[in-house]
Design a protein around this ligand. Sequence first.
Ligand code: MN
Ligand code: MN
Length: 470
Amino acid sequence: MAEKKSEGQKLEEKLLMRSKNLGEADGSLLEKALGFCEEYKKFLCNKTEREIVDFAIPILKKNGYKEFQLGKKYSPGNKFYMDNRGKALVMVTIGKRPISDGLRIGVSHTDSPRLDLKPNPLFEDTDMAYLKTHYYGGIKKYQWAAIPLSLHGVVSLMNGKTVKVNIGEEEGDPVFCVTDLLPHLAMNQMKKPAPEIIEGEQLNILVGCWPFKDEKVSGKVKLNIMNMLFEKYNITEKDFLTAELCAVPAFKPIDVGLDRSMVGAYGQDDSACAFTNFMAEIECKTPEFTTVTVFADKEETGSDGNTGMRSFFFRDFLEDLVSAYGLQVRHVLKRSVCLSCDVNAAIDPAFGDVFERNNCSFLNRGPVVSKYTGSRGKYSTNDASAETMGFLRNILDEAEIPWQVGELGKVDIGGGGTIASEISLHNLDTVDMGVPVLSMHSPFEITSKTDVYLLYKAISAFYNSELEKK
Ligand code: MN
Ligand code: MN
């Protein structure tokens, strides 16, 4: 017989919060997450926003999505998508309620920090050929040296055609790398502050060292590399000027830990959210409210550009959608709710002093809901209202999905933002939700499989909820 609970224990249960590793209460959770995360690892093999859009569209078609038709009045259960330049994507499932009752929107970003090639990247030095890069997003530059890198992107040719480049991902492909200095000679380097250990102009990618055999040519190694690129992709050096190429870590997504409880991979910020958002969207049959799922580009560089969330493409699309019903987008957005799905920093005991333990997120405690992000005195953030937080809490608690809160770190220790602030500009109630990540923005980010799985359950619950916003 169970011991009788004391008065204090009863009060404790009723009044106090206690957050703990979800595995303690439900040992089967990890098992449920395993299969889901096998699919997640496949998604992670797509390492750029373009590759994710290319991967998603055939799956959308298989699941009954058609290209969006301007002026069409859709019926409940209809599914369609809009591809913005192969780099951003909007996916919709029409709900039972009229669109005038508002939308349930989920936005995640599909770009991740990386090394973009400069417009004129190829050079030869000391009988070696390199590609010059300009880093994209917030990276610790030293982390990108001495790891295998793969090349991804597109080249726009004179004949109007675009060729896709992908080298270093397939079995048997060569990889590339930025070199680092041996410790024996690094006495001065090791005294430098971390941002200068490897400087921006040292992020040159080694691509070859074998010469083209012709005495009359000066840059023989460079010519040999260009010749190989020409043979494989039909590109000349001038075509780099009209290309978008980048280098990303060549690591494959892989299980981490003897218990296989974690995923290690490049780009989990924000593919952890993009994948879960995507799965929740395609599995929506006939939701109560119309769901809108967005893959946004350029988040890591401030959401600028016509494929980022500061672009009008999102609002223009919604305007096209709702005008078929004689509605104004501003009236629809006012009644809508949006999840800005992005990752947060999981507490890491190796760096415990930057986290505030009562308000940071932990691995294995479920999706992390962030009322605000930003920095210093809450600058540059959407600060979700109590009512919006309450709306989401109702949905998650009713669906019995455990969740946690998460501030990015201690006050005044740093900070960062998400696209929630771009979204809420549209007079749209928005709240951040994602998974906690270790080593965020590094070439090898870590998430807990259970958190990824529960984020999917949480977004699904949000999409399928009948709860009306007050
Ligand atoms: Mn992110
Ligand atoms: Mn990020």
